[in-house]
Design a protein around this ligand. Structure first.
Ligand code: MF3
Ligand code: CO
Length: 253
């Protein structure tokens, strides 16, 4: 069942989103050469606490961290570790899901550390544009897979691979709710979207093949061909008008 969120729930999710944006705004000063992903995770924990946000990943089926930090050919769910040290030129994906007064927002961004490689920047721009195209389809009356198809088209139009094994999701009191929101597929399928539905949309793209596997730590997802990957995620709410984006500074609608 896809739950519809009322005004009160949405306003708590909005606050969770607004506070997550604040944290992401300061991330570039922390994700610098020489820092470990475990140190970044500790910083995130402090920032969440300051804002009365509760991590939704810490304790989630045994996951022990408040962020997922994935470097280069790690796609998503990178487990923060003391031995994973950020270096110049790395492509770092940071993903944080937290709740405010019991309501969640889920957000991820891809950052290039130091000097920017144009090919990497292009991939980040494409995944960002694909997310925007998907969000634009999150309108009352559309079908769920209209979002999926829009995301896939934008990614493949630019020659990148769209990862199939992980997907976006409904979100609310829980980090993961129904439905699963695939990042590929034909339009016109699945449930009809209604005002009050909330989704975390999160396309993942690679420079090469879209095949991925889970590493020995049981979480970190890597590309099989070692190509680098980008990932962005926003939490949005379907309204009677423009989709409301909770994890950006200027929300449309
Ligand atoms: N925030 C992630 C998501 O987008 C959570 C992944 S589960 C974790 O769904 F436990 F690895 F954090
Ligand atoms: Co998510």
């Amino acid at each position: 069942m896809i739950t519809l969120k009322n005004k009160a729930s949405i306003s708590k999710m909005e606050e969770a989103g607004r506070l997550l944006v604040e944290i992401f705004d300061n991330l570039a000063s922390i994700v610098i050469p020489g820092v470990s992903t475990l140190e970044i995770d500790s910083w995130v924990a402090v920032e969440l606490k300051k804002r009365e946000l509760t991590s939704k990943t810490k304790g989630y089926v045994g996951y022990r961290h408040v962020s997922c930090i994935s470097i280069n050919d790690e796609v998503v769910h990178g487990v923060p570790a003391a031995h994973k040290i950020i270096k110049t030129g790395d492509l770092v994906k940071v993903d944080i899901c937290a709740s405010f007064k019991g309501y969640c927002a889920d957000m991820a961004r891809s950052l290039i550390v130091g000097h920017s490689d144009p090919a990497l920047q292009k991939m980040i721009d494409v995944v960002q544009q694909a997310l925007d195209k998907g969000i634009d389809k999150a309108r009352a009356g559309n079908r769920l897979s209209d979002i999926s198809a829009a995301i896939q088209q934008e990614i493949e139009r630019h020659g990148f691979g769209v990862v199939r094994d992980f997907a976006g999701h409904g979100i609310g009191k829980s980090m993961h709710e129904e439905p699963e929101v695939l990042n590929f597929g034909d339009p016109g399928k699945g449930p009809i979207l209604r005002a009050g539905m909330a989704f975390a949309l999160e396309p993942m793209v690679t420079m090469g093949s879209y095949e991925v596997y889970i590493t020995q730590d049981g979480w970190t997802v890597k590309t099989v061909d070692k190509s680098w990957a980008a990932h962005v995620e926003d939490t949005i709410v379907v309204t009677e008008g423009e989709p409301k984006i909770l994890t950006r500074k200027i929300s449309a609608g």
